[in-house]
Design a protein around this ligand. Sequence first.
Ligand code: SUG
Length: 446
Amino acid sequence: MTSPAIEANADGLIGPTHSYAGLSPGNLASSLNAGDASNPRAAVLQGLDKMKRLADLGLPQFVLPPHERPDIRFLRSLGFAGSDGAVLERAWKDAPSFAAAACSASPMWAANAATVTPSADAADGRVHFTPANLVTNLHRSLEHAQTKRALDALFPDPERFAVHDALPSVSHLADEGAANHVRLCADHGEPGVNLLVWGREAWKHWQGQYPARQTREASESLARRHGASGVVLVRQSKAAIAGGTFHNDVVCVGALQTLFFHDLAFEDTAGTKAAIRAAAADRFEPIFVEVPSTDLPLADAISSYLFNSMLVQIPGEDRLTLICPTETRDNPRSHAVAEQLAASNGPIGRVEYVDVRQSMRNGGGPACLRLRVVLTEAEQAATNPAMRMTDALHARLSAWGEKHYRDRLSPADLADPALLDESRAALDELTGLLGLGGGFYPFQRG
Ligand code: SUG
């Protein structure tokens, strides 16, 4: 017996320290824009508008709170002491790379928050979450404990939800979460095919210029601990990683029966398709929409983020809608591919565009900002209602962002102790707005 289910989104609310610090080698946008001034206020409003857009389309939308940044606890663990302001000041003087990592607003990219297995695919009938350890990049490795706290707050019922700890934080088990997971199915509530894409193997030396962020062993462990069915493990292509595909979701997105991807996404495209077909067996016929490099060179795919779009089934519509960043419309080749898709009789009936430019400049498109969670009616009812996006919450959070966020932040401003106080004041108020209770943030626990 399967229960009808819908695909909800939980987006990372962009934090007050959103900045361009060049922290992610292999993520070309992050390197290219390093040192530029950011606009955290515009960023949070863009993210909120995107959430409202999805909620208005009839898809359940949740908000994941930003993490406390600067991460003073992390800096203290490195031996910096004194008042919180003194810790920050000293760290920026003596260890600026660690200080920059401690200030990153990277938890905004919720596709990296966790890997999710819907209850229809899990052996014990619960929805499983494993926060990603994100060990490849220092600034991101600081996220998983607070991510678990946020997921516990949003999915509090242990009868229905299993929120695990991250995999051990070692390079052998490097895990980047749902950015390397695609689920295909006949219908969200029915058992699906779980495509887990890895870049390197734990025991083999990695020689690429850029890091491969997901190990095969991490993906296997996730599937094992979630009791996931329909698992297909495939290798991300080395050419894709070399070209700047730091996550599979930069060149691939899927929904229901449709897999939309660039021809350089996988090391073995024919093998990947065959494995997906075999896993789908007689349950459904996968639809492959493959974009050849001749139509769209990898470099254009990466700079325009055509594939880092949200592929969604709007309630009541037969065909899928692709929600792309405005950068896709600005790139003539990507735009042509998107328009052809919508004009064809294929599975994607409509293309829309959303402005998330502040996030895009750090390599985070519409799909990076959201974590997809397939939920049955009963599971939806068991989520924390205070974290669900509504018109009223959108208005409250927009006013909150306007009040607390700066409209200009250069990387040098991250050292300003006033920013620490401003960020904490913002997060303190937010815990009330999202019903998170006291002690949600480390600074509230003393
Ligand atoms: O991990 N950028 C993020 C972008 C994550 C995008 N997520 C997905 N593709 N799902 C990253 O590389 C840049 C931060 C900086 O340079 O300041 C950063 O962390």
